[in-house]
Write a protein that binds this ligand. Sequence first.
Ligand code: NAD
Length: 263
Amino acid sequence: MIEHTARSLRGRTALVTGSTGGIGLGIATALAQAGANIVLNGFGNVAEAVATIERFGIEVIHHGADMTKPDQIAAMMGEAASTLGPVDILVNNAGIQYVADTDELPVAKWDEIIAINLSSSFHTMRLAIPVMREQGWGRVMNIASVHGFVGSVGKSAYVAAKHGIIGLTKVAALENAQTGVTVSAVCPGFVLTPLVQRQVDALAQRDSLTQIEAQAKLLGEKQPSGQFVRPEQIGQLAVFLCSDAASEMRGSTLQIDGGWTAQ
Ligand code: NAD
């Protein structure tokens, strides 16, 4: 784990969608370590995620809003504000993947991916940003992907949503350019979370490979470093984006991808 001693975010409230595991939990951990109070969201092992964050001695709550449901998103934003105070740092991270060629992608999966990976960020942002503007400070980070820049076969809805979130990031950044609110996109390459583990498993099964061989093959196809990006590295980037040094990073799209998009 990267050490971060300064509690530079003490007194701030950070809401991270999809933060019960994977990249979201890595970001929530880094923000908590930097002193922010945390609103977790997502499914699965909630108690373990809360325990991970609690050890930093800050306030933490979990809200189980389903990111496909605008009314549940609004309820979460309301409860966050009434429990921990206005959201100062919004990290739109919740996302899902489903791999199938476009003509074989179930219609319901298209709708679900667009709802979670794109529309949910519109709903959190439209509710959070006016309050941030009133307070004179705010940070919005949209966890996009290398797939905000490039395509990959079998990922049409995902790639469309990630290109879309980069567009949304730029517009919101411009609309708030003369305020204390910045909006940025973070664009990871492969990170070994459950979302990618499913792709490793599918490759291992399809090509009769061990886990290690399948991981190497997946990375070898796309990520020149041959290494996975780690959630805590993305967490530290999020802490940096909250710093004064980042206050003129507006509409930025930040790749952290082992060289994927440099090719
Ligand atoms: P993950 O599957 O490990 O975690 C996803 C999180 O979202 C979990 O907490 C889950 O409970 C939550 N979630 C799923 N559906 C939800 C819903 N309907 N409502 C609320 N929460 C929901 O995924 P991850 O790999 O950590 O991905 C996080 C983000 O990073 C996603 O937006 C993903 O597209 C993006 N990303 C991931 C990678 C990667 O290689 N893992 C690369 C680039 C971008």
